[in-house]
Each structure stands twice: as structure tokens, then as C-alpha cells.
Design a binder for this molecule. Structure first.
Ligand code: CUA
Length: 309
């Protein structure tokens, strides 16, 4: 798994931002060297020595005033032009129809593929090597969508869609985070971005579109019955069942995901059991309450969720 760093760009946009960063550091380095050099030179050359007379006093040297106003102005102007140019590379106009709609929720990410209707949570796939037009929305507060290796950050604003382009040059799994404080579990509002070959991406999308199969064994069937009889269905959707709510993550293919709770734990049967037993222990503040399921009920739900590949 790759790290969360903007210093390892893996897309044209991220590279443009990285290059701008390098140019800025060169400019900062030159300024630092010039200022430090002038201070050291002055300290050595003009240091007061025993018996020296008071130096000549002067005020309001017009030439110097103009130089130290013009030079910083030019530096800022150059940085402004380079930044504007980078922004035009990093952010061409939005496509009329987005390939992907990402919705920020407290504290997880919903991803919808409007061209096929697939809806997933916290694990976003995209085909490698081509730009994906992404519309960003939010349901509650401001969040910020950031895959450091692939694109600029972008705030998700309730009622005001924003846009970015996402592209990955190499297949792999990239880490994404929410980078704007949005409440208790802001730190665990992570996601995985999986860039894969177009055929694999298509296959993944087809899998995500399939409704959940009817459970074949008794334990899992009890799990589904319990799920539908509980208030789980007030928030979650499982395609192919009575659960259609869009408040919390879609669970139709939860077993295919690598993580639970927007990145807080790996998706293992044991972690899922801990989550169902009391989500507040795993992720304090999460909007899902403790339902006080019995051990038997936890086994039923666990057996059912295992079928949701
Ligand atoms: Cu969402 Cu921070």
C-alpha cells in the first residue's frame, strides 16, 4: 500500500503541483541565501571596533526603497503566474457528466458511478491512465477530499458541488483522507483509491452492481431477517433486500471491502464482530449506536455479511 505523501506524485496534476513546489523551494532558497549572506557580510565588514567613529547616518534612500519594494513584488508576481499556470494544468474544466460523484458524510465517503449506477463506500476504484471527472458533494458539513499522490485537495460543500479530475498513472492502492476538520472522527474519514486496469475496473463495477444473493444457510438467513427487522434499514442499503436508506454506507458488497469504519480497522470477521457489538468502542462518536446485539445475533449478522461479496 502506498503512503500518504504529496512528494511522490503519480498523475499529471500531482506532478504539476510537485514541480511548482520545487520551483518555490528554489526561490525560497535563493531568498534565504541572499538575506543570510547579506547579514553575515554586514556583520563582518561593518562590525563596530574599539576606537571607531559613529558611522554616517542616512534616512530615506530612494534607490534602496524602490529596490526592496520592486524585488519582493516581482517574486510574488512570478509565484502568482506559476501558480495560475499550474492550476490550469491541474484543473481543466469539468466534464458535463461526471464519471464519479463523491459525497462527504460525517465520517465516511460515499462514491456513486452515475454512468452505471454503482454505489460504494470508502473504497473507490478507477481505471488507470485516464482522467476521471469527479463531482464532490457533502451532506452535512465541510469536508475535504484529498488523494495526495494524485490530485489537489478539494473541499466538499453542502449544496454547492465542486469538481476535480482524478487520474492515476500506475495501478495500485492510494490513500485518501478528509483534510478539513469536520468533527470528532475527522481523523478517521479515510478512503482507499484503487487504480486498476480498465478490464479489472469494469469487472469490479459489474460486481458492485449485482444485488445481494439470498442467503442459503440458516445462520445467514437469520442474520438477514434480523437486519431487516432492526433499525439498521433506517440508515443502510443492501441492494436486493428491504434496506434502501442512504444515510450510512451501502452494505451490498461490504465483504469485498478491505477496511471498516472509513479506514479505522481492517475488514476481518473479528473486527466486524467488534464493530457490530459496539461501534462506539471501535470508533468513538460514530453515528451508529450500540444495538446491544446478543452473541447469537452477532453470529447471525456476521454470517450474513460474509455472503455480501
Ligand atoms: Cu470530513 Cu474531516
Amino acid at each position: 500500500m502506498s503512503s500518504l505523501t504529496s512528494l511522490d506524485p503519480q498523475s499529471p496534476q500531482a506532478r504539476a503541483i510537485y514541480d511548482l513546489n520545487n520551483v518555490a523551494w528554489v526561490i525560497f532558497g535563493l531568498i534565504f541565501a541572499a538575506v543570510t549572506g547579506a547579514i553575515i557580510y554586514s556583520l563582518r565588514k561593518y562590525r563596530w571596533r574599539e576606537g571607531d567613529a559613529e558611522p554616517r547616518q542616512l534616512a530615506g534612500n530612494k534607490k534602496v526603497e524602490i529596490i526592496w519594494t520592486a524585488v519582493p513584488f516581482l517574486i510574488v508576481l512570478v509565484l502568482f503566474i506559476l501558480t495560475a499556470r499550474t492550476m490550469s494544468i491541474a484543473d481543466p474544466p469539468a466534464a458535463p457528466e461526471p464519471d464519479l460523484i463523491v459525497v462527504g458524510h460525517q465520517w465516511w465517503w460515499e462514491a456513486r458511478y452515475p454512468k452505471t449506477g454503482a454505489i460504494v463506500a470508502n473504497e473507490i476504484h478507477l481505471p488507470v491512465g485516464r482522467p476521471f471527472s469527479v463531482r464532490l458533494e457533502a451532506t452535512d458539513v465541510l469536508h475535504e477530499f484529498w488523494v495526495a499522490e494524485l490530485a489537489r485537495k478539494m473541499t466538499t460543500v453542502p449544496g454547492h458541488p465542486n469538481h476535480i479530475w482524478l487520474q492515476a498513472d500506475k495501478t495500485g492502492t492510494y490513500n485518501g483522507i478528509c483534510s478539513e476538520f469536520c468533527g470528532t472522527q475527522h481523523a478517521w474519514m479515510r478512503f482507499l483509491l484503487v487504480a486498476e486496469a480498465p478490464e479489472q475496473f469494469e469487472a469490479w463495477q459489474q460486481t458492485q452492481l449485482r444485488p445481494a444473493p439470498a442467503p442459503t444457510d440458516d445462520l445467514a438467513a437469520h442474520g438477514l431477517a434480523l437486519f431487516q427487522a432492526s433499525s439498521c434499514i433506517n440508515c443502510h442499503a443492501i441492494n436486493g433486500t428491504a434496506a434502501t436508506a442512504r444515510v450510512a454506507p451501502d452494505l451490498t458488497h461490504i465483504a469485498s471491502r478491505r477496511q471498516l469504519g472509513a479506514g479505522i480497522v481492517e475488514n476481518t470477521p473479528e473486527n466486524l464482530r467488534r464493530w457490530l457489538k459496539d461501534p462506539q468502542v471501535v470508533k468513538p462518536g460514530v453515528k451508529m449506536p450500540n444495538y446491544n446485539f446478543t452473541d447469537e445475533q452477532l453470529a447471525q449478522l456476521g454470517a450474513y455479511f460474509k455472503t455480501l461479496q
